[in-house]
Ligand binder design. Structure first.
Ligand SMILES: *Cc1c(COP(=O)(O)O)cnc(C)c1O
Length: 445
């Protein structure tokens, strides 16, 4: 395909854009249970207007764009307060993956820094111990940074087995990880136990609150039971919290937060003698989307505590109705104790993948989990309107597939695209081929 020699009209382009969007899943109708966190048309309008105003701004130049400097530092300060440590410091990044990558990069360089006094510098390849349920972004960061990620099994409550983590610590271990909550089951690991183990061994402790960072603090304000997970827990050194999930900002926004500014220094990159001038950059990207920074600030100012609390209330009410509804269906159960709006459910009696296929025929897109097979829901305020219909269809579909026995075999479940970074597994070849194909233009489309 070549660039058109003469550009199309704006009208022609809009009509193609509108047509193509009709091929996408019906996320706005509440039929999709992952990937999109929609907070309402008023929020969407605010984000769109702010985007237009800050479209061309570049967060790489905070001295040129004083507006962005203010917005990013205020987003970070508001996040710090929400995470119980107003003096915590951090940066905005493009997503949970980059936040985790930056926390791992800081940890790696900290572990090599012979001047740090809390602990002797690691001699071998630095290691991180994370529970099985921690996000693949940790594998990806380890892959990029030449760090060894050691996975610990989870316990019967689908939370990290902290004793197993303890057993996996070696002289090269630099950091322990817990999730608040993890993506597959929505359970929050025992962060106080993990952080105190880290302190006892002189290690860093990262809490992945990509999902919970902008949800659990508001649950706490609502007087709901919330496990301890943030900087209020001694020993927690870094936290990742996504603005583009339950923070409701645009895709491409997250935060990486540090209790201690000295540790954050290891995140930065600089070069003093380049012909283009002094170069310094805090995160992975060079140029940074200024509009995403401005939008996040505008959104947080717009929603305020009340706006977030209202959406958390709605999400919790929907989630509890869904949990009760699922548990009331013969043969079906919710797994573990989901802490907020993310949950896994399945059946030991019949095949839950057959159930999700039957639900797809009725227009519902439900994500599958694997090892073991389960189904997965991320509940948002946009789902309140469909809870009753969803449960009615789920009951009907469970009856349809009741004679399909539960098995462990079957097609693998697909999250985004990546399963693990173990290059020996042929399934990884499939995944890599799939990712490769995504940027090839298809004939006849
Ligand atoms: C989504 C998620 C991530 C990764 O974030 P991206 O924004 O997709 O890069 C990491 N951890 C958890 C728990 C998540 O839910």
């Amino acid at each position: 395909m070549n660039l058109p020699s003469t550009g199309l009209s704006r009208g022609e382009i809009s009509s193609v854009l509108r047509d193509e969007a009709t091929k996408d899943v019906d996320w706005k109708g509440g039929k999709l249970w992952t990937l999109v966190y929609y907070a309402g048309d008023d929020v969407a309008d605010l984000l769109g207007e702010t985007f237009k105003e800050y479209l061309y701004t570049n967060g790489l130049g905070p001295t040129a764009f004083k507006s962005l400097k203010r917005f990013e530092s205020e987003v970070i300060a508001m996040t710090a307060s929400l995470l119980s440590e107003p003096s915590a410091i951090g940066n905005m990044t493009t997503g949970g993956t980059e936040s985790i990558l930056m926390a791992m990069k800081s940890a790696r360089d900290w572990s090599r820094d012979s001047s740090q006094t809390s602990r002797r510098a690691a001699e071998g390849r630095p290691e991180v111990v994370a529970p099985e349920t921690a996000h693949p972004a940790f594998d990806k960061a380890a892959h990029y940074l030449d760090v060894k990620l050691v996975r610990a099994p989870i316990g019967p409550h689908l939370r990290a087995d902290v004793d197993a983590m303890r057993e996996l610590i070696t002289p090269n271990t630099m950091m322990l990880v817990g999730s608040a909550p993890n993506y597959p089951y929505g359970t929050v690991d025992d962060i106080p136990a993990i952080a105190s183990l880290a302190q006892e061994r002189g290690l860093l402790c990262h809490v992945d609150a990509c999902l919970g960072g902008f949800f659990l603090p508001f649950m706490r304000m609502l007087g709901e039971p919330v496990p301890e997970f943030d900087f209020a827990v001694p020993g927690v050194t870094t936290i990742s919290a996504d603005l583009h999930k339950y923070g409701y900002s645009v895709r491409g926004t997250s935060t990486v937060m540090y209790r201690d500014g000295d540790l954050r220094r290891h995140q930065f990159f600089s070069r003093a003698d380049w012909a283009g001038g002094l170069y310094g950059s805090p995160t992975m990207t060079g140029s940074r989307p200024g509009a995403a920074i401005a939008e996040s600030w505008a959104l947080m100012q717009y929603l305020g505590e009340d706006g977030y609390k209202e959406r958390v209330r709605s999400t919790l009410d929907s989630t509890r109705a869904i949990i009760d509804g699922i548990n009331a269906i013969d043969g079906m159960t919710v797994r573990g104790e989901p802490a907020m709006g993310v949950l896994a459910f399945g059946s030991d009696a019949f095949d839950c993948y057959a159930l999700s296929s039957a639900m797809r025929k009725r227009g519902w897109d439900i994500e599958r989990l694997q090892r073991p097979k389960n189904l997965h829901l991320v509940v948002t305020p946009n789902h309140a309107k469909v809870v009753d219909q969803f449960l009615a269809d789920l009951r009907a579909c469970a009856d349809e597939v009741r004679d399909r026995p539960a098995t462990e075999s079957g097609e693998p479940a697909l999250y985004g695209a990546i399963d693990s970074v173990d290059d020996d597994q042929p399934v990884n070849e499939l995944i890599l081929g799939f990712i490769d194909s995504l940027t090839r233009v298809e004939e006849g489309v």
